[in-house]
Write a protein that binds this ligand. Structure first.
Ligand code: HEM
Ligand code: HEM
Length: 393
């Protein structure tokens, strides 16, 4: 049967229940895997796929939830099987109420995070990216993330209790509760239908407490590990304590040395094999180059207004003793150029010292085309890197 009766769930109600249950369980798992995956250069692509899947599943849940509620309102609800067990019936009804609300609160709070933060992982077709009326705002994204997190905990606790209840009915009471949701069997005395007022109030109370608590108590803390941040300086490999990234150019025959103040490095290195990987993200807006800083940041060179980051990603191999080489690609002003950087690495008691450098040719990146010879600005750009890192953990 398509429709419910007062003793059974019809096909449509069961389709909504089980499809949403499956998608919600998958999304809880994906959300938690995402939360506990280290943010690093190596995991960025994985996290992007994971969150796009998570978000698209979540928005699908929202669409199904809207249809489900419209359907449920138009249908009779099957009566409880043991109306005389008043506390148990109240608990089950409250859990159902909290679960119904959760399939709205979670997708909506998630969608607010997504709309309010600068893009990270897209929601896939056919859903729109942003909710109307949600501005781009870190604060709003943070508040929504708190609600999402606390609502996720509440949902997981309720699902656990709900599944526990279903198993108890099947194994201990041996009644038709699970069967009537599973295959539509009729069960229960259709005449008995107690009021739902108390469980409705309890549902509202629980959600008010959860969302209020998420906004008040947790507000200042949760922001830090937002999924949209750049890979953090800390990885399971090495944590950079201190470092300097110096740049030297030649202008009118004289050397000018400056630096890039803000950068982050994710380094993994295995001392036994002498092999590792490095990913460095440079904030080119923090470039300082003495008197020619503005010129260097301008459209002719680093063009920081259009490209505010540069990325070096490569593999590290040991050449001989402390001598190492990082080979990879430097992406700057949208040009990816192969770069090798030789450096000395000394590891003593969990602290690594790195010092090395490389020379780049500005023409490889299409920089300074208005200066086709070296009379004004030299072709070569020297890069020196010195850093101290500690082993993480
Ligand atoms: C049934 C629906 C959903 C469930 C059960 C769910 C559950 C979760 C869980 C358990 C987490 C990990 C805990 C956390 O970091 O807060 C999470 C994270 C996240 N979810 Fe969802 N989610 C759902 C829908 C959505 C939707 C529709 C979106 C966006 C369109 C979304 C966006 C996010 C984002 C951006 C994070 C990372 C939050 C952060 O880093 O602070 N979620 N979700
Ligand atoms: C896989 C685990 C699950 C099992 C075994 C299960 C089992 C059941 C059963 C047997 C019922 C019928 C209760 C009755 O007739 O009184 C039910 C109803 C319900 N379940 Fe689940 N469920 C599961 C997962 C979920 C999840 C993840 C959600 C969250 C969205 C959910 C939401 C609901 C709701 C809202 C109802 C009430 C439906 C109504 O009467 O309109 N269930 N579930």
């Amino acid at each position: 049967m398509i429709s419910n009766t007062t003793a059974s769930y019809g096909r449509v109600a069961r389709f909504f229940h089980w499809s949403i249950a499956l998608l919600v369980l998958a999304d809880i798992a994906l959300g938690l895997i995402g939360k506990f995956t280290t943010r690093s250069g190596d995991t960025v692509a994985f996290l992007q796929l994971l969150y796009s899947t998570h978000k698209t599943i979540g928005v699908t849940v929202l669409a199904l939830a809207v249809l489900r509620v419209i359907w449920a309102i138009s249908q009779p609800r099957p009566v409880p099987l043991h109306p005389e067990r008043r506390l148990e019936t109240f608990a089950a009804d409250t859990a159902h109420g909290v679960l119904y609300a959760a399939i709205f609160v979670l997708p909506l709070s998630g969608w607010v995070i997504h709309s309010a933060e600068a893009g990270f992982a897209a929601i896939w077709w056919p859903f729109p990216q942003s909710l109307p009326f949600v501005p781009k705002s870190e604060r709003l994204a943070g508040a929504a993330a708190n609600i999402h997190w606390i609502a996720g905990i509440l949902l997981a606790a309720m699902v656990a209790a709900h599944i526990g209840g279903a198993v108890k009915h099947a194994l201990i009471d041996r009644d038709g509760t699970l069967a009537r949701m599973w295959n539509g069997r009729a069960a229960g005395n259709a005449a008995a239908h107690p009021g739902k007022g108390a469980s409705f109030l309890a549902t509202i109370g629980i959600w008010t407490f959860a969302i209020g608590g998420a906004l008040i108590v947790f507000a200042p803390t949760h922001n830090e590990d937002s999924a949209s941040q750049l890979p953090a300086q800390q990885t399971e490999g090495w944590v950079v304590q201190d470092g300097n990234l110096a740049i030297t150019i030649t202008q009118m025959g004289a050397e000018v040395t400056g630096s890039i103040a803000n950068w982050q490095a994710d380094i993994e290195y295995d001392e036994k094999t002498g092999k590792g990987t490095v990913k460095t993200v440079l904030d080119t807006t923090s470039l300082l180059l003495g008197p020619v800083t503005d010129q260097a940041k301008g459209p002719e060179f680093f063009d920081v207004a259009a490209y505010d980051t540069a990325v070096f990603q490569g593999d590290i191999v040991q050449i001989d003793g402390p001598r190492h080489r990082a080979s990879g690609f430097l992406t700057l002003v949208e040009q990816s150029v192969p770069v090798t950087l030789d450096f000395d690495l000394e590891v003593t008691e969990g602290t690594a010292k790195v010092s090395g450098g490389t020379a780049l040719d500005r023409r490889d990146f299409g920089m300074g085309t208005a200066y086709p010879d070296e009379s004004s600005v030299g072709f070569s750009v020297e890069v020196r890197i010195d850093l101290v890192a500690n082993r993480a953990g």
